[in-house]
Design a protein around this ligand. Structure first.
Ligand code: GLN
Length: 378
């Protein structure tokens, strides 16, 4: 093969967005907001650019932003990270994930992932010669059977990748899951890559349990978060990786040759904006209203609404409507009913088809309203 990823196509998110655009469909496929970010944040960015702060940032990130990140993590999870040596600003969550895998995964290292899994984990592990072991979480509950997971652990297991809250299922880890995870990794050198980019989008008063809350996990965890999700600016591509110094030191060795550093004026703007905690403390309520609006609108349709505990994605089972596979169904929904979604099977290596699709509700009420109207005709 010509390249290491010869068998892999374009991500499902780009595919579905393109299909939505070609068909003038309402795009509830790729996860991004269709509304503006706060103008205060946008003004800060403009101000820093115009002030002329446009050269390289330090490789780990700008200290004013890293201090705000450390303060946010301490306030939300009672965990202490040293801003200078334990937090690295990255070009979005995806680069943090890529760099973490590139840093630690060598040929034949085994990595455990939980499906439905965000699409970048597996190809990245394979790029570096790692071997993926999967646990399939299934509809409608997406529960984890930790005994089965235990069976996947060998002396070659190098890393476990968790995505909590989970994209696409909207499932969050419970205290019991965390305790099982603690037991699983105890007395092993296993690292954990914890993708928590939706940490601030958890509903119904439930609590996001960040792995950094637990000292036994924090010491081995690379925690990944995203400002795109936090402040509705996915196109800025800024996030971070927080990890103990020994892991961060290694992470930065790769980071420096991968991107070296991240957009300077945007980092300064984010740091300034984060001084006010109100700017990030109300995301749960903000998105819960959108989730409830969508669920209410779809409640009398033939779609079955699966639980949505967090993220800005709603999973819908459509088996009462069609027995087509989810890829075909999502395609037809876009072309004929003008609503684009993401088929769940794209999040499973073995294309497990449970007749479930994902809708993104990080959209204006009028967008959701139009989608509801179209979906109600099915
Ligand atoms: N995270 C976004 C989603 O799940 C997609 C980002 C991307 O297109 N790569 O839809």
């Amino acid at each position: 093969p010509l390249s290491k990823l010869s068998d892999i196509g374009t991500t499902i998110f780009s595919q579905m967005t393109q299909l939505a655009n070609e068909n003038q469909a309402i795009n509830l496929s790729q996860g991004f907001p269709d509304f503006m970010a706060d103008t205060e944040l946008l003004d800060y960015a403009g101000d820093f650019i115009k002030k002329g702060v446009n050269q390289y940032a330090p490789l780990g990130g700008i200290i004013s932003l890293k201090e705000e990140i450390a303060r946010k993590i301490e306030n939300s999870h009672q965990a202490i990270y040293h801003p200078e040596s334990e937090i690295t600003v990255t070009a979005g969550g995806t680069q943090a994930i890529f760099t973490a895998i590139a840093t630690f995964i060598k040929k034949d290292d085994e990595v455990i992932i939980f499906e439905p899994a965000y699409d970048c984990y597996e190809p990245t592990v394979e790029l570096f010669g790692g071997i993926v072991k999967r646990f399939e979480m299934k509809a409608p509950d997406y529960n984890i059977d930790w005994n089965t997971v235990k069976g996947l652990v060998t002396d070659k297991t190098k890393m476990i990748i968790l995505n909590n809250p989970n994209n696409p299922s909207g499932k969050i880890l419970k205290e019991n899951d965390i305790q099982e995870l603690i037991k699983l990794v105890k007395d092993t050198p296993i690292l954990i890559l914890s993708d928590e980019v939706y940490e601030n989008i958890v509903f119904d008063g439930k609590q996001h349990l960040s792995l950094c809350k637990y000292p036994e996990l924090k010491e081995r965890t690379l925690l990944v978060a995203s400002f795109g999700k936090l402040f509705h600016v996915t196109g800025w591509k800024v996030g971070y990786c927080a990890a103990p110094k020994a892991l961060t030191d290694e992470f930065r060795k790769v980071h420096q040759f991968n991107v070296f550093c991240v957009n300077t004026p945007i980092q300064l703007a984010l740091g300034e904006y984060m001084k006010n905690e109100d700017h990030y403390n109300h995301l749960n309520e903000f998105f819960q209203k959108k989730r409830d609006f969508l669920r209410e609108g779809l409640k009398n349709t033939s779609f079955e609404l699966l639980d949505c505990e967090g993220t800005y994605f709603q999973a819908l089972k459509y088996s009462k409507i069609s027995d087509k596979n989810d890829f075909e169904f999502a395609h037809e929904l876009t072309v004929t009913h003008k609503v684009a979604s993401v088929p769940f099977s794209s999040f499973y290596k073995n294309k497990l088809n449970e007749h479930v699709i994902r809708l993104c509700f990080a959209k204006k009420e009028e967008t959701l309203e139009k989608a509801i109207e179209n979906l109600s005709k099915l």
